[in-house]
Write a protein that binds this ligand. Sequence first.
Ligand SMILES: *Cc1c(COP(=O)(O)O)cnc(C)c1O
Length: 385
Amino acid sequence: MAGPFYFDHAATTPIRPEVGEAMAPFLGAAFGNPSSTHRWGREARAALDAARERLATCLGARADEVCFTSGGTEADNLAVIGTWRALRKGGRNAVVATTIEHKAVLAAVHQLAKEGGEERLLEVTPSGQVRAEHFDTVVRDDVAIVSVMWVNNEIGAVQDVPRLAGKAKARGVFFHTDAVQAFGKVAIDTARQPVDLLSLSGHKIGAPKGAGAMFIRRGTPIESLFHGGSQDRGRRPGTENVAFAVGLATAAECALREHDAECARLTALRDRLESAIRARVPDIVVHGVGGMRAPHILNVSAPGTDAESMLMALDLAGIAASGGSACQSGSVEPSHVLVALGVPAEIAGAAVRLSLGALTTDAAVARVAEVFPTLVAKARGFAAV
Ligand SMILES: *Cc1c(COP(=O)(O)O)cnc(C)c1O
């Protein structure tokens, strides 16, 4: 049980061996440009087309509804900014997002406010759920696009995306969901769920960092963020990253294949970890309880501790976790997600996110269950429990 133990799968995941193997030819001899008409080009084109088709199948989509991007951040920006820019002339000037979105969506929304858009934020309940009544009052027919993340990356809160997307549709409002943390954890089927745009990131599901994609339903107006070639139907100009497209499609297939078993396994481990910590730290605050939660994220605050010292102590004990999101680590700002939940500043400042995944074994959970309460006791200045 020596460790080290990786509990930061919401920040990034190890590349699956199948993904590395599937990508290898395209980092070697099969280096062609998919736009070339000679044999090298045709070989790359065939692999790219197949990857698009395979990823589309994973999403219940058609191949031309899949657009490859450089990751989740680009997909989120393209969805929010690209759709708003395409629709603003038609009198739909407002853009809506929840207060707990990833910064990639929130910053894109703020950018639109600078460009003359009207920014409206959707409140959430203390357990991180979008308030349906608030959604109905905010999402009116002057809204171009509404963005609601499927699974929150800090607390794991799951939204009822199909229902909210249906409400938006009924008002003619385009609906985007950041499904970066949701893929492989909740059932996604764009053939049955009325979302218009859906973002994915490779490195959260076992593909490399820098690989991403977006589902764009046929007929969704979107302006490209980049200008140049006509790759990806002009939605995403630039020579396609064939290797990463192949890697992403492979990772998505693997994640779906193991979906049921992995969700059951992670839920059991998460629950065991949560109750073990609660048994020895009875006043532990678990963020997001009371609502639907994804199986791989456990975000806890031990009152009287602070996240930075807890994370350092955990790291010394061989346990890698994070405070809030990786993008915010190093900043002293409390998490905007916990603030939106109404968590008091001193509790938010103690929040430690333990995120589970491929590297999470029984032994790893046992180790954290033992170490975490001991570190809390130390931080509180008591003798070890
Ligand atoms: C990681 C993450 C992103 C950003 O994806 P990148 O590929 O790292 O740019 C966006 N949204 C959520 C919910 C994430 O967890």
